[in-house]
Design a protein around this ligand. Structure first.
Ligand SMILES: Cc1cc2nc3c(=O)[nH]c(=O)nc-3n(C[C@H](O)[C@H](O)[C@H](O)COP(=O)(O)OP(=O)(O)OC[C@H]3O[C@@H](n4cnc5c(N)ncnc54)[C@H](O)[C@@H]3O)c2cc1C
Length: 310
């Protein structure tokens, strides 16, 4: 089936944006146009547009807060689905054995979920303080620190199979969380249930505040980036240290720069393109490999069409 005719059909039937620069939807402020972009507000709206995309064989790309993404300068063909409006009230209730179950829709900001746990004195997500993006994106990335991931607090997920459009619930024991990754192909996370513990409200608040303060002091929060660019090869060999030891702190290619605050951040000083960032990435990988024999792997997810700008 012809992609253009599918795009035209969806454009006629749904409230979508066309040829939208993805740089408007990523924290890196990088990325070319998406053919179609939708921000559904309900699961029903989501399902309707996904059904149309499937019927027209239009490829779908799921984006949350765009805080861990590097989008190609050529943009993304097909439909980009932004999940940030898929929200509803966060709620919690008592679970078994003194646990607390907290439920949130995937489009909810992780910061909003964290604020909720602080307000209600719930313990278990303190290490997620200050991480941008949606809670669905955080679960997909198993976001957290060098030693902890949000997956450890997940009880179950409501999932939508993007091929069959069937909704199911998967329990923790059926999910595979590893460092900065949930192994889950071709599914959209709709909702998350966490297992937390009742905590001392003062302690929970203090831990959150201290974690955010530490992040603000040690990471470049004021320039566009996608967080840590590379995975830590091991907790005792953080990528930032390897990059710094290879002498690359502050190194730049056009407007892409290795942060002077934290060497595992590539920041966009203004007009960096995806190509600039990829050129700097290659330079970093080569220098670190020459210095210590370790090939760094990217943590940031690269999506979209490869090649030159359209
Ligand atoms: C300043 C800064 C600081 C950061 N600090 C940290 C940190 O301390 N720790 C850390 O782990 N990360 C950190 N990050 C990276 C990023 O914030 C996390 O990875 C975040 O959890 C990603 O969420 P998101 O909604 O932005 O996902 P996106 O970047 O939009 O997407 C990430 C991936 O998840 C998929 N995805 C998103 N939502 C869904 C969904 N509902 N269903 C299925 N797939 C989905 C996307 O397709 C994509 O593959 C930081 C980023 C920045 C910019």
């Amino acid at each position: 089936m012809n992609l253009q005719s599918g795009i035209q059909k969806i454009k006629k039937e749904f409230r979508v944006l066309t040829n939208v620069p993805m740089k408007q939807y990523t924290r890196f402020k990088v990325g070319g146009p998406a053919d179609l972009l939708a921000v559904p507000k309900t699961r029903q709206e989501l399902l309707a547009i996904l059904t149309a995309a499937r019927n027209e064989s239009v490829p779908v790309t799921v984006v949350g807060g765009g805080s861990n993404l590097l989008v190609s300068d050529r943009g993304i063909r097909g439909l980009v689905l932004i999940t940030t409006n898929l929200t509803s009230d966060i709620c919690h209730k008592k679970g078994p054995d003194e646990t607390i179950h907290l439920t949130a829709e995937a489009g909810e900001r992780l910061s909003g979920v964290c604020r909720y746990t602080v307000t209600h004195g719930l313990s278990g997500l303190e290490f997620c303080a200050g991480i941008p993006g949606t809670v669905g994106g955080a679960v997909m990335m198993n976001a957290g620190t060098a030693t902890q991931g949000i997956g450890k607090a997940v009880l179950c997920l409501d999932l939508l199979d993007l091929d069959t459009l069937v909704v199911s619930t998967l329990k923790k024991q059926d999910l595979c969380f590893t460092y900065r990754r949930l192994s889950l192909e071709n599914h959209l996370i709709l909702g998350i249930k966490f297992t937390l513990a009742p905590g001392n409200p003062d302690m929970v608040r203090k831990t959150f505040e201290a974690t955010v303060k530490h992040k603000q002091k040690t990471q470049p929060m004021n320039l566009p980036s996608a967080g840590c660019f590379f995975k830590n090869p091991a907790p005792e060999t953080p990528a930032g240290k390897l990059i710094q030891d290879a002498g690359l702190k502050g190194e730049s290619f056009q407007d892409a720069q290795v942060s002077t605050v934290h060497a595992n951040y590539i920041v966009n000083r203004g007009n960096a393109t995806c190509q600039d960032i990829l050129a700097l990435k290659a330079r970093i990988q080569k220098a670190v490999f020459n210095h210590c024999g370790i090939m760094l792997e990217t943590e940031v997810r690269m999506i979209g069409n490869k090649g030159e700008k359209r």
